[in-house]
Design a protein. Structure first.
Length: 628
């Protein structure tokens, strides 16, 4: 192999390797959003889902869910608890597959409450372990007939993966209660209404260049009434209108009939998360079309204006002056500085002339007002087929900015498509590999095998070789709860207490952490290296550190000797870093109990003769960093 280090082919976009967040697999509620109470505001379709009334105290009172929709359309329901005797009436919240509680940590309880009638009702909360034993408690004493927020904190005495929250009301009396909430004190950056710190840390460690949000199919909704509407996800958390999650299903591998979107993690929090992890925000908006797999419902073209207005107002929310309506809301929520939004997605996985018709109207309105915003366009669900070809041709003719290609396919597809972009049209729109993952046929719960990760690593050499046309890429989906998922494989798995990165996560991490700044040519003879002798390869310069970074994949079951002559440099450092991701078992997985079974290891290799000489282990991914 030869690297011509003085032949720069293209810059690597600073946001090249990013992440794609969708609220699927309990990623938001029950996942990264640290709220522990499920159905805290009684807005699920079944108003008491997640709550139970233990029979021991059931005779001491009752609960009625009151609906005041006409006056409070965004948070219509609350619970009216009547305590009849002197003993308590209890309600128990099960959490999202239980509540993960850690010994020694502080938990913050809060509730909106008001007294009905003349006698106050006291609330005692207790966390219960799996056997029903108390592991922490607190008391609040609401008084007065106006809604007020009451808070109490306590420290848990034990670590429990599936705790429950007992809420005991003692009277006699009548109390109205809403937004019954429990958060750990320790969230990411210790924010109230915050995010799970371990999960955010895994994202930080990836060094993602962008954050695509909020989906995925949830942008579209199964039907338009349940599409994602960003304006309903900002402002006071109490006023964010809950909807059923598009991934709510009885038929998932782990059924999720209790899957809703509380929007406690809403658009403000997504922008803040992007900023925290150093990623450019990339929101995807509904373009007047529901999920075409489900309903094919579209909004009439002459009624598209509210959807377009949402897009225009989003730019103002993210970037606008604090004197503008939406910029002022951003400031009120605690972020007067702009979020520096530069890209916007119009529709997710839409297709057909209906999409083109709507996209064209969107694009004109957004570009007229915000000519510098780059638009990301859907290219449908898969690169194989008529839908893709039609959109690809049409959007290229319309001079679209960035086309969003999705590929979920076999490891073999990823290997044989590693050269996909080597001969792509350079003059047209840029490419965003917006969702991809190698899917194997095994029936295991977690399909993130080393075989899949290795195929993705090989494919990504082709993305990296062609950063003049491919400007962004993100694996999908990002997160999955082991007890409540609808889709696998996923990049990061978690339960209520623990989380881990899959082998695929480490592939993404190695690319993003060793992104470099410019692609240089790496050839075998005069050909790019896309599977000859089962090796896939690419090379970049890292101007900031003065290093050459070489990525190579050996997709074979046998060792492969490689020799890379580096031309166009004065010399190489005598020894260089070799980071390896490898397993002799293609079916190997990481897990909660063995989170780093497959993880990078590092050693040094001799590179003093302007040559990188090594024997690649079977089924391995190598990253070599050498000073030049
Ligand atoms: O990533 C899971 C789903 O795959 C996304 O919601 C959708 O865009 C794609 O079909």
């Amino acid at each position: 192999f030869t690297i011509k280090a003085n032949e720069v082919k293209a810059p690597v976009a600073p946001h090249m390797w990013g992440i794609f967040f969708e609220d699927i697999n309990l990623s938001a509620d029950g996942g990264i959003y640290a709220e522990l109470v499920k159905n805290r505001s009684f807005e699920f379709n079944t108003p008491l889902m997640g709550w139970s009334i233990p029979k021991e105290t059931a005779a001491n009172g009752n609960v009625l869910v009151v609906n005041r929709h006409d006056t409070h359309p965004s948070n219509p329901r609350f619970a009216r608890i009547t305590v009849t005797g002197t003993r308590s009436f209890d309600m128990v919240n099960e959490g999202f597959r239980g509540m993960g509680i850690k010994a020694g940590e502080q938990y913050n309880f809060s509730v909106y409450a008001r007294q009905q009638g003349s006698t106050p009702v006291k609330i005692r909360i207790a966390l219960l372990d799996e056997s029903g034993k108390e592991i922490g408690n607190a008391v609040v004493s609401p008084q007065g007939s106006e809604w007020q927020l009451y808070k109490a904190s306590f420290t848990a005495s034990a670590t429990v993966a599936k705790a429950k929250l007992q809420v005991a009301f003692s009277g006699p009396g009548i109390l109205d209660a809403d937004m019954i909430s429990l958060f750990p004190q320790h969230t990411w950056k210790e924010r109230s209404n915050g995010l799970r710190a371990d999960l955010v840390q895994l994202l930080v460690d990836l060094h993602p260049g962008f954050l695509r949000f909020p989906g995925g199919c949830i942008v579209e909704g199964k039907e338009l009434t349940n599409r994602y509407q960003w304006k309903k996800t900002v402002g006071d958390v109490n006023d964010r209108e809950l909807i059923i999650n598009r991934w709510n299903t009885e038929f998932a591998h782990r059924a999720t009939p209790d899957y809703y979107q509380s929007f406690g993690l809403g658009f403000f929090e997504y922008f803040q998360l992007a900023e925290d992890i150093g990623a450019s925000p990339l929101p995807i908006l509904n373009c007047g079309m529901a999920c075409q797999y489900n309903s094919g419902e579209v909004v009439a073209v002459n009624e598209l204006q509210p959807y377009i207005q949402d897009a225009l107002d989003l730019v103002e929310f993210a970037n606008g002056d604090t004197h503008t309506k939406w910029g002022a809301l951003r400031a009120k929520m605690g972020h007067p500085e702009p979020f520096h939004l530069k890209m916007l997605g119009v529709g997710n996985e839409q297709w057909g002339p209906q999409y083109v018709e709507r996209y064209t109207i969107f694009a004109k309105a957004i570009k007229d007002k915000y000519p510098d915003i780059k638009l990301v366009n859907s290219l449908g669900p898969s690169p194989d087929g008529d839908k893709f070809e039609f959109l690809n041709d049409t959007l290229r003719r319309l001079n679209a900015d960035i086309l969003d290609e999705h590929y979920y396919s076999s490891p073999g597809w990823f290997l044989s498509n590693a050269g996909r972009y080597d001969h792509y049209d350079r003059k047209g729109p840029k490419i965003f590999a917006g969702e991809y993952a190698a899917h194997t046929k095994d029936n295991g719960a977690n399909k993130n095998s080393w075989q899949a990760a290795l195929a993705e690593a090989a494919f990504m050499t082709g993305l990296e070789r062609n950063t003049d046309v491919v400007v962004m890429a993100s694996y999908a989906p990002l997160l999955a709860h082991v007890d409540g998922w609808q889709w696998a494989p996923d990049l990061i798995w978690f339960d209520n207490l623990r989380s881990y990165g899959t082998p695929n996560y480490y592939v993404q991490k190695l690319y993003a952490n060793h992104k470099g700044s410019e692609v240089v040519s790496m050839l075998k003879g005069n050909q790019v290296i896309t599977g000859q002798d089962s090796v896939y390869a690419s090379a970049v310069l890292d101007k900031a550190t003065g290093e050459l970074v070489v990525k190579m994949v050996n997709a074979a079951a046998t060792p492969v000797p490689v020799e890379v002559a580096v031309q166009g440099v004065k010399g190489l450092a005598a020894s260089s870093r070799l980071i390896t991701l490898q397993s002799n078992d293609l079916q190997a997985l990481n897990s909660l109990d063995a989170p780093t079974h497959i993880a990078p290891t590092e050693k040094t290799i001799d590179t003093r003769r302007k040559t990188i000489k090594t024997t690649m282990a079977p089924w391995s991914f190598y990253v070599i960093r050498t000073k030049i």
